[in-house]
Design a protein around this ligand. Structure first.
Ligand SMILES: Cc1cc2nc3c(=O)[nH]c(=O)nc-3n(C[C@H](O)[C@H](O)[C@H](O)COP(=O)(O)OP(=O)(O)OC[C@H]3O[C@@H](n4cnc5c(N)ncnc54)[C@H](O)[C@@H]3O)c2cc1C
Length: 278
């Protein structure tokens, strides 16, 4: 049976987020966490494959203990197992350290529950937003990587082949490659399902497997947490919102409005704006 791992991250709900105007940092207090929505599309695709041809799905996250809530949500939707990797030693991780630990975790999952055929990640997160963790994990595990996937066309377990559509700037690219493979999910991939009542009951009783640094004796300490994170956040700021001059068009008839609009579009000021936006 196929074994699919889905990587998820708990992120602050961006609809609720505010910026502290004094120091330009995110106000996280009181902001609810949600599972990054691209990751939910990765999970949905894994569930769709499971529904069609059978698969075992393991969800994984590296994060603080409250990240368990996100894993339980995935269980309620139909994931089979969940792993929380948590330890003070992992705190302060940038994308380099995160992908190192997530890759090691997937290797341990494979050793514990059997070889992994497909890994799903989101295209990016709503908070960090780098899109680096998926490719970082693929490189470390020497997996084929398929990024920006908006359709999984086929998963052929016998031939060990996966065919996907990748959404590129200038069209769709259809690619077939061999498993094991890492896929980064776009929101166009599918529509995320809702949890069923039995799913919710299972999730309420479910206890995720928790691994700490002690469970990874060969982890290089210099590569985890703050120590393993060479990224420096030099500055953060809130972009200045500039007031835009509004041109009002009053008219008696649609023809008169069109004539006025055409006249205004031909002004030098408007031409500069149009040149800038093209
Ligand atoms: C110096 C520094 C210190 C930081 N300290 C902290 C900290 O203490 N706590 C903190 O929460 N963040 C911290 N961050 C942010 C953290 O580095 C990133 O959020 C994290 O590395 C993931 O990067 P991203 O959000 O850009 O993910 P992306 O690369 O945009 O994520 C792509 C996909 O990778 C997968 N993924 C990403 N992160 C995880 C994860 N943790 N577990 C499983 N799968 C994952 C998901 O599928 C996700 O959709 C810090 C960043 C820096 C630069």
């Amino acid at each position: 049976m196929l074994h699919i791992v889905v990587c998820i991250k708990q992120v602050p709900d961006s609809r609720e987020i505010r910026i502290d105007p004094k120091n330009n940092t995110l106000i996280r207090q009181g902001v609810p966490s949600i599972v990054n929505f691209y990751d939910m599309h990765g999970l949905e695709e894994a569930l769709r494959i499971k529904d069609e041809q059978g698969a075992r799905i393991t969800v994984v996250t590296m994060g603080p203990p409250p990240a368990e809530k996100g894993l339980k949500e995935c269980i309620s939707l139909g994931a089979d197992d969940a792993v929380l990797v948590t330890d003070r030693g992992f705190a302060g991780a940038d994308t380099l350290a995160t992908s190192y630990v997530v890759a090691r975790t997937i290797r341990k999952i494979a050793e514990t529950w059997g070889p992994v055929d497909i890994v799903f990640c989101g295209k990016q997160t709503l908070d960090g937003d780098t899109g680096q963790v998926g490719p970082g994990v693929a490189c470390r595990l020497d997996l084929e990587q398929l990024t920006y996937v908006n359709k999984v066309a086929s998963v052929d377990e016998k031939r060990r082949k996966v065919r996907v559509h990748r959404l590129l700037e200038d069209g769709i690219e259809v690619v077939e490659t061999s498993m094991p493979v890492l896929i980064t999910a776009l929101k166009e991939l599918n529509k995320v399902r809702r949890a069923s009542l039995p799913g919710m009951i299972r999730a309420a009783r479910y206890k995720p497997t928790v691994w700490t640094t002690a469970d990874f004796p060969d982890l290089e300490k210099a590569k985890i947490g703050l120590k393993g994170s060479p990224t420096i956040v030099a500055k953060t700021w809130v972009p200045e919102i500039k007031a835009v001059k509004t041109h009002m068009i009053t008219f008696d008839s649609p023809e008169a409005a069109a004539a006025q609009l055409a006249e205004q579009l031909m002004t030098k000021e408007m031409q500069t704006l149009l040149d800038w936006s093209s």
